[in-house]
Design a protein around this ligand. Structure first.
Ligand SMILES: NC(=O)c1ccc[n+]([C@@H]2O[C@H](COP(=O)([O-])OP(=O)(O)OC[C@H]3O[C@@H](n4cnc5c(N)ncnc54)[C@H](OP(=O)(O)O)[C@@H]3O)[C@@H](O)[C@H]2O)c1
Length: 233
């Protein structure tokens, strides 16, 4: 059994998830880099290269219960536990929609990936997190989901991230007796294929997430953060 921190990241073949994987491998984590395309995940692992830690690539589509179950069984067999779950996979700035003209199939896909996917992946990995002596869940959310600052620019996306924030608060309370820290983190506006070219560079976005990955045992739970500072719900 490995003594290094075992961290699983969803949607880690590109963008912020891949950057978080890169930073954590450099810090010595055993990173379980998951991707809905195994091949794309393997390419990302090669691009990240060597670090103080190690990378294991596993196929995981957060909207496919069969894939989730298979990934959980693989992690159980290989490692017997999970220390950190980073629910990063997310989709669709639906900028061209309004509440009234929204394509509801598109909204369903958004909620399915950004909310139900996180819920179902967390259900699957919870027993393995309970085998850790310092378990953490990091839900990669967005300031767009802050109801305090809510805007109309991407109604399905904003609603999905507001729901993810609610789920984070519920999970934090339910999992408090298991000692699992659960927080939502906004990486900031970052230039990925989702964020577009106007966003900032990847490393600070990744670091905002890594902050919550590295919280000490007595660290905060049930919060919403960016760069280690609280955001309004
Ligand atoms: N970029 C920003 O400015 C920004 C700001 C705030 C929050 N965020 C959040 O940060 C997270 C990462 O976003 P990003 O900017 O890195 O976006 P990105 O470059 O578009 O990457 C999204 C990742 O999620 C994966 N994914 C999508 N659906 C999936 C599914 N069903 N199962 C597994 N993986 C799936 C994608 O895989 P494929 O390659 O297979 O599509 C990809 O690896 C998201 O939750 C996003 O909402 C981003």
């Amino acid at each position: 059994m490995t003594h290094s921190t075992i961290t699983l990241i969803t949607g880690a073949n590109r963008g912020i998830g891949k950057e978080v994987a890169r930073q954590l491998v450099a810090k010595g984590h055993t990173v379980i880099l998951t991707s809905r395309s195994l091949e794309k995940g393997q390419v990302a692992a090669v691009e990240i290269g060597e670090g103080a830690g190690a990378i294991e690539v596993i196929q995981l589509d957060v909207t496919d219960p069969v894939s989730i179950e298979r990934a959980k069984e693989t992690v159980k067999e290989r490692f017997g536990r999970l220390d950190v779950l980073v629910n990063n996979a997310g989709i669709d700035y639906d900028r061209n929609q309004s509440v009234m003209n929204a394509d509801m199939d598109r909204v369903r896909r958004l909620i399915d990936t950004n909310v139900i996917g996180v819920w179902e992946v967390t259900q699957a990995f919870h027993p393995l997190l309970r085998q850790s002596d310092h378990p953490r869940i990091v839900n990669v959310s967005s300031e767009s989901g802050s109801i305090f600052n809510i805007d109309v620019w991407a109604p399905g996306y904003a609603t999905s991230k507001a729901a993810l924030n609610g789920l984070t608060a519920v999970m934090a309370r339910e999992f408090a007796s298991d000692g699992i820290l659960v927080n939502a983190v906004c990486p900031g506006w970052i230039a990925t294929s989702m964020g577009g070219p106007g966003g900032g560079p990847l490393p600070p976005g990744g670091a905002s997430v890594v902050w919550a990955v590295e919280l000490p045992k007595d660290g905060p739970t049930g919060g919403f953060y960016q760069n280690g500072l609280p955001l309004p719900w």
